[in-house]
Design a protein around this ligand. Structure first.
Ligand code: NAD
Ligand code: TYD
Length: 351
């Protein structure tokens, strides 16, 4: 039987790349994109896929169990790839409850509906939960997160994601719901909402606005191009073993200041500005509370067990990303109006 896959959060950053990949690569599957279209969800991300015969969109909130149940029945959903979430750490510090509702309760709603809808033949189905390396907490100067690193989340965002991971695992153990979880490092690429470091700084460099670096800029993140994450999700969904976790990353750690300087240099070249011009925009501001020092993924398991590895270098991925934002100013101006202006004001004006 051909799969009918519910992809939640498909109008968001990573979700839209996953939807596009599945719609194009698997014409025999039906891809149902379920998204509440919060500030982070944008159907413009999928303009090129919306007319495909195997693509369907359902505007719904994962907190509304009745609506989700109807969508499961209407489309005879066989599998779930669950990306819908509140995803920005700074917003989780401002309003933690939103993260508890969507990330924890929303996930448990989906688990309940999947378990009940699939009860006749559970082993034929799969619930794939997309998670983050942030559930493991923070690293010091050395070491890498592996699949057996203890969970030690430090932000309301990562605590809510950790909780959702535990519920997925618990449904596997208790109700025998077949699941797989992947925990990925920081993503970057086209269509990322400009509240996260890389798109925010690209947008600010274009407009010669200050680049607000938290603390001393010594924190380290491990960056993966979003299309490589989507490729990994395809591989884990099809080849990953039931009830297993896979860490996804490309062994690509950058101290924030080194990354910001690289971005400034590449953009000065692309914008034909004089060398060092954008560095002048760097401003150090008050640190994020509970700011995790370092994330770094050991991706050996997915490399060895599933044969996945990234397809682009960081410089290539960053080059494509900068080009995309420079060519898609209209997309940027659509998503940075209204609510976003208010958020930006609240987040940065007092620091
Ligand atoms: P995003 O914020 O860009 O997109 C989230 C999407 O979920 C949006 O389209 C939004 O409308 C939708 N959504 C939010 N609440 C909803 C609700 N209640 N019901 C239905 N839809 C809702 O996020 P992203 O960066 O694309 O992240 C997607 C997933 O990947 C998340 O689960 C996140 O935790 C995980 N992840 C993200 C990264 C990263 O670097 N961005 C890294 C690892 C894992
Ligand atoms: P972010 O993109 O928010 O991802 P996460 O916090 O989930 O890793 O931030 C990446 C890094 O950049 C993190 O160390 C915080 C830092 N940062 C800044 O220094 N200034 C900013 O304005 C933002 C948004 C992030």
């Amino acid at each position: 039987m051909s799969k009918k896959i519910l992809i939640t959060g498909g109008a968001g950053f990573i979700g839209s790349h996953v939807v596009r990949l599945f719609v194009n690569k698997y014409p025999d599957y039906r891809i149902i994109n379920l998204d509440a279209l919060t500030y982070a969800g944008n159907l413009e991300n999928l303009k090129d896929a919306e007319n495909a015969p195997n693509y369907f969109f359902e505007k719904a909130d994962i907190l509304k169990a009745d609506e989700i149940k109807n969508i499961f029945e209407k489309h005879s959903i066989t599998d779930v790839i669950h990306l819908a979430a509140e995803s920005h750490v700074d917003r989780s510090i401002l309003s933690p409850l939103d993260f508890i509702y969507t990330n924890i309760i929303g996930t448990v709603n989906l688990l309940n509906i999947a378990k009940d809808s699939w009860k006749e033949n559970l082993p034929d189905h799969r619930f794939y939960h997309i998670s983050t390396d942030e559930v493991y907490g923070t690293l010091g100067e050395a070491g890498l997160f592996t699949e057996i690193s203890p969970y030690a989340p430090n932000s309301p965002y990562s605590a809510s994601k950790a909780s959702s991971d535990h519920f997925v695992r618990a449904y596997g153990e208790t109700y025998k719901l077949p699941y797989v979880i992947s925990n990925c490092s920081n993503n970057y690429g086209p269509n990322q909402f400009p509240e996260k470091l890389i798109p925010l700084f690209i947008n600010n460099i274009i407009h010669k606005k200050s680049l607000p670096v938290y603390g001393k800029g010594e924190n380290t993140r491990d960056w993966l191009y979003v299309i490589d994450h989507a490729r990994a999700i395809d591989v884990v969904f099809h080849e990953g073993k039931d009830n297993e976790t896979y860490n996804i990353g490309g062994f690509n750690e950058w101290k924030n200041m080194d990354l910001v300087k690289l971005l400034c240099k590449m953009m000065d070249e692309k914008l034909k500005r004089s060398p060092g011009e954008s560095d002048q925009l760097i401003t150090f501001i008050k640190d994020r509370p509970g700011h995790d020092f370092r994330y770094a993924i050991d991706a050996s398991k997915i490399y060895k067990a599933l044969g996945w590895k990234p397809s682009v270098t960081f410089e290539e991925g960053l080059g494509h990303t900068i080009d995309w934002y420079m060519e898609n100013q209209e997309w940027l101006s659509h998503v940075t109006s209204g609510d976003y202006q208010q958020y930006y004001q609240n987040q940065y004006s007092h620091r």
